[in-house]
Design a protein around this ligand. Structure first.
Ligand code: NDP
Length: 394
């Protein structure tokens, strides 16, 4: 079987465009796009702003203090965060934490990080003595998030932690408690919370464009390669739910603005080829929300399931394709005689720029991040319920 999954590859759309890792310009039928003059001007302005960003940044450099980040774990997602921080207006890379010194040295040279600010997993706690590091970005396998969040908090560093926040409710609670005790901020890196197409979908729903929302469906899955740490329950904490399904779960929560009242789930493993000895292969779950909205989601490590959500309301529907992808998000909707069909022109790593800028702004101005630890905890609680309902251990 040709296993072609990596979360990064999925999110880059390499599956659709194997010869073109940056897929946006060739996706879809451009003639199907319908922009109003106002929308088009807005998109053009956004694109112009992106091109002018370096100039704006140079100006800001002289006027604004930048939040310094140490990146912990120099893998695939760190490869998006590093250039995003470099392209941001208010953040900079000031430290690296890695088990591979040669890799860290190369990245340090690229980002101007002094060798005294490169740590490994054993001497990481020395970061307490480094005033250039204000915050850490935890980009490690899932089960390591809690340990490094807590160690960073004890060193007085703010924490931006990748999803899933942890692999258990107890760890998530301990992470929140450690950050509170140390008086540092904790944000979970839910980049879709800072992404314009997702925000527009939420706004359309809140504005009542669809009328009363009745139902939501969402999927995200991939065909995983053997050997990934994601198949090792010790490191991953679970299967596709914690990795990919979490996007659909979180989307149902931000689209409805409600917390699930009831959850029921089913899991299966079809491929007994050694990949799924530890974690589930397929998982599908349903949720009802207090308003009565019903949601149905599926995730898989055995099949490509395009990341999308569709929301059905009394007056119409909306759908976001590539909803959790780094770029090329497409919003389509029909309601009360109106039609929307637009592709967001922003390019990777724009989601990470927005995320880092938000967290740095919160750090510099002592504000609560929009996706704090409690948001990650809520997803963790729901995922435990999903596993329990499916008869799987957590
Ligand atoms: P990778 O395997 O690509 O990178 C993880 C890094 O962690 C490694 O490169 C390594 O860095 C370090 N590491 C330390 N101990 C281990 C270990 N025992 N096994 C493997 N790696 C180890 O993973 P990803 O970057 O894809 O994922 C990291 C986190 O980011 C996950 O929690 C994932 O869910 C999340 N993620 C979020 C995405 C998003 O869009 N928000 C997308 C993709 C992932 P070093 O060699 O420097 O020590």
């Amino acid at each position: 079987m040709g296993s072609i999954y990596s979360e990064d590859a999925l999110l880059r759309r390499a599956l659709h465009f194997p010869h073109c890792p940056v897929a946006y310009p060739t996706r879809g039928n451009p003639t199907a796009m319908r922009f109003t003059r106002r929308e088009f001007s807005k998109l053009a302005a956004l694109s112009l702003a992106a091109r002018l960003a370096p100039a704006a940044q140079a100006h800001k450099e002289t006027t604004t203090r930048k939040t310094g980040y140490a990146v912990i774990g120099l893998g695939r997602i760190a490869g998006h965060f590093l250039p995003a921080v470099r392209g941001s207006a208010n953040s900079q890379i000031t430290g690296l934490v890695s088990g591979h010194r040669d890799k860290a040295d190369k990245i340090a040279a690229e980002y101007g990080v002094p060798s005294s600010s490169i740590y490994n997993y054993d001497n990481f706690d020395d970061i307490v003595h480094n005033p250039a590091v204000d915050a850490v970005y935890v980009a490690l396998p899932n089960s390591m998030h809690a340990e490094y969040t807590i160690r960073a908090a004890k060193a007085g560093k703010h924490v931006l932690c990748e999803k899933p926040m942890s692999t258990s409710v107890a760890d998530a609670e301990a992470m929140i408690a450690a950050c509170k005790a140390a008086n540092v901020k904790l944000m979970i890196a839910y980049r879709c919370h800072y992404e314009p197409t997702n925000l527009k979908a939420i706004q359309l729903i809140r504005d009542g464009a669809l009328g009363q929302v009745q139902a939501i469906s969402s999927t995200f899955g991939g065909n995983i390669s053997a050997g990934e740490w994601r198949l090792n329950k010790q490191l991953a904490g679970g299967g596709p739910l914690l990795d990919l399904g979490i996007y659909s779960l979180n989307a149902c929560r931000y689209l409805t603005g409600e917390e699930p009242a009831h959850i029921s789930a089913f899991a299966s493993t079809i491929d007994h080829d050694g990949r799924f000895n530890n974690v589930e292969e397929n998982l599908t779950w349903s949720m009802t929300f207090p308003s009565g909205i019903v949601a149905s989601c599926s995730t898989s490590y055995g099949a490509w399931m395009p990341d999308h959500y569709r929301v059905y309301g009394a007056k119409g529907w909306l759908q976001v394709d590539h909803a959790f992808t780094y770029e090329g998000l497409q919003l389509r909707a029909e309601f009360s005689g109106a039609k929307i069909d637009e592709i967001n022109p922003a390019r990777d790593p724009s989601h990470f720029v927005a995320e880092a800028e938000h967290f740095s702004h919160c750090v510099e101005n002592n504000l609560q991040p929009k996706s704090p630890g409690e948001e990650g905890l809520r997803d963790m609680q729901c995922m435990v319920q999903i596993y329990q309902s499916a008869g799987l251990s957590t």
